[in-house]
Design a binder for this molecule. Structure first.
Ligand code: ADP
Ligand code: MG
Length: 254
């Protein structure tokens, strides 16, 4: 049983404060959906949780089973069981998905032939051509192919908590179904805890959220069950955006 507890998290870049007091607790096997308007800070939250350079945590804690990750390197967070699927997966020349698996903690268990077989099976299930495993990660791949490869790494590395930033963007209908089913199965079989950032309730039809949070201006403004995701898809975020922001942006248009 793993618990990720985000407590009063504030973070900023050199020029602006982006996270303004995030509180959330994700336990093994739970799915939390984070939804919110563009620019509200959802990706920044994912980056700060994973320790991306360029952001300063000014207040709060990121506790993984009670240990504060603030100040830890990204690889240390990964080693402790945290995983991030990026909204915009980075292309890395010279480093393949197979190399990542071999370098991970998986390399300490089982024999390499067995690991190779498992990786091939996983790739086939996710509709990934086997040659994609041996070329540079994400190199010359379409948006949807990159998202499938992110899911492959998630399923193979077996982290305890995964943050999935718009895993659904760029995926075709079949890809969306396969990927969301695979993640749902990981929550059931492996007890994976998930924070899924998405704009669409479609992903949440397979990957059923225990909680849905609305994120505006760097913090959670309300939380509910899966019905909230349907409501947001129908009515948008207007109700949750402070009226001054709406009138300022409208004022800029008129
Ligand atoms: P979302 O994922 O909710 O669409 P982001 O977290 O990507 O939003 O961005 C939130 C806001 O923070 C945006 O206005 C964005 O321009 C700004 N921002 C994010 N990262 C940086 C950065 N490294 N430097 C400056 N501004 C940033
Ligand atoms: Mg984003």
């Amino acid at each position: 049983m793993t618990e990720l507890e985000i407590k009063d998290l504030h973070a900023q870049t050199e020029s602006a404060s982006i996270l303004n007091g995030v509180n959330m607790t994700i336990c093994s096997g739970e799915v939390h959906a984070l939804m919110g308007p563009n620019g509200s800070g959802k990706s920044t939250l994912s980056h700060v949780l994973m320790g991306r350079p360029g952001y300063t945590v000014t207040r709060g804690e990121i506790l993984l089973d009670g240990e504060d990750l603030v100040g830890r390197e990204t690889w240390e967070r990964a080693q402790r069981g945290l995983f991030l699927a990026l909204q915009y997966p980075v292309e890395i020349e010279g480093v393949s998905a197979s190399m990542i698996l071999e370098a991970s903690r998986l390399s300490q268990s089982g024999d390499s032939e067995e690991r190779l077989q498992n990786a091939r099976k996983e790739a086939e299930h996710l509709g990934i051509p086997v040659e994609h495993l041996s070329k540079g990660v994400n190199l010359d791949m379409s948006g949807g192919e990159k998202k499938r490869l992110e899911t492959f790494q998630l399923a193979s590395l077996k982290p305890s908590i995964a943050i999935l930033d718009e895993l659904d963007s760029g995926l075709d209908v079949d890809g969306l179904r396969i990927v969301s089913k695979r993640v749902e199965k990981l929550t059931k079989d492996e007890g994976l805890g998930v924070l899924v950032i998405t704009h669409y309730s479609r992903l949440l039809e397979e990957l059923k959220p225990d909680k849905v949070h609305v994120f505006v201006d760097g913090k959670i403004v309300t939380s509910g069950d899966s019905a909230l995701a349907d409501e947001l898809e129908k009515d948008g975020y207007e109700k949750w955006i402070p009226s001054t922001e709406t009138s300022v942006s409208l004022g800029g248009l008129v």
